[in-house]
Design a protein around this ligand. Structure first.
Ligand code: R2B
Ligand code: URA
Length: 309
């Protein structure tokens, strides 16, 4: 079975694999402060086709505003309050906005908070009977042989031990979930990036539990290896494993989407080239500019089916 077959199901709806849910009268999506009894999920979320996730609350709020501004004159029925209405406010953990066909939420840093957000958003969209779904993670990363500003698009998410799957631990056992993203979605998205005139790379992403030693940095509170050992590892990742970047979520993000049989895409703007250093020293404005350019491409990508571009 190739990755495209893993990621697809005929109607693009979320395929949950949990018989226990049939015996739950009301499912409380605790971290969103939403349940499937007091909210009509089908009415509120049934038309969602894209889920755009990223780490920070502020970035996702900005993305919601930018998508709203892009669509407001073209879609006259768009709720003028949608970019200010945080649908997960009651949960107090994440922010969530719905702009036309796109659900936008933050996932925090690392696998723990991402995993919770994914369980709950996948259940929410299953109850909502949403179809033709694509999940996008829009983030930042450290480039490996890629210069700052490069859009790094993940083919396969790797563990920090350079394994091409996500090792999901439950009840004291590990299951290995395939973590290769949907080729066709990568192709369509990279055409949008190309049209926007941005530099991009498609390759493998190492998703780590840690920003410092986990990514071979020498500037953390601890470091038990030399700069030469670090550089040997980074060069081996690039030349032997076609690794283009480090971040902290792609492997689980893609694996969970594959498990639910929905399409997924991870695109991250590089903050630096790790072959040249560890510290991120560019100004906030410069770094923000890289993320803004990525956001513009994601806006084109999610709005093109609506505007039939
Ligand atoms: C990228 O940036 C964050 C760490 O600074 C982390 O969430 C990630 O994947
Ligand atoms: N995010 C990461 O996880 N690593 C980097 O180097 C930059 C952003």
């Amino acid at each position: 079975m190739n990755n495209y077959e893993i990621a697809m199901n005929s109607e693009g709806s979320v395929q949950l694999q949990n018989e226990n849910l049939k015996n739950i009268d009301v499912d409380f999506l605790y971290h969103f402060g939403i349940d499937n009894k007091t909210t009509d999920l089908e009415k509120t979320f049934g038309d969602v086709n894209f889920v755009v996730m990223g780490g920070s609350e502020g970035r996702m709020e900005n993305f919601a505003k930018a998508l709203y501004n892009h669509l407001k004159d073209k879609l006259p029925n768009l709720d003028p309050k949608c970019a200010e209405t945080d649908l997960a406010k009651k949960g107090g953990r994440y922010v969530m906005f719905k702009i036309a066909n796109t659900l936008i939420l933050n996932h925090g840093m690392g696998f723990g908070s991402l995993s919770i957000a994914l369980h709950e958003i996948l259940k929410l969209l299953h109850y909502a009977k949403a179809k033709n779904l694509t999940f996008i993670r829009m983030g930042t990363c450290g480039g490996v042989g890629q210069e700052a500003g490069t859009i790094c698009i993940t083919k396969t998410g790797y563990t920090q031990l350079i394994e091409p799957y996500f090792p999901y631990a439950a009840c004291g056992k590990v299951i290995k979930l395939p973590s290769t993203a949907c080729d066709q979605t990568i192709k369509i998205f990279s055409e949008h990036v190309e049209r926007a005139g941005l530099t991009f790379a498609i390759g493998n992403t190492v998703s780590t539990d840690d920003f410092y030693e986990g990514q071979g940095r020498t500037d953390g509170a601890f470091c038990h290896y030399t700069s030469e050992q670090k550089l040997d590892w980074l060069r081996e990742l690039s030349t032997v494993h076609n690794v283009i970047n480090f971040e902290m979520e792609a492997c689980l993000f893609i694996a969970s989407c594959n498990r639910a049989k929905v399409k997924s895409l991870c695109a991250c703007a590089a903050m630096l080239n790790r072959l040249n250093g560890d510290q991120i020293t560019s100004t906030k404005e410069v770094l923000g500019g890289y993320v803004d350019k990525l956001m513009s491409v994601v806006i084109e990508f999610v709005s093109s089916p609506l505007l039939e571009i």
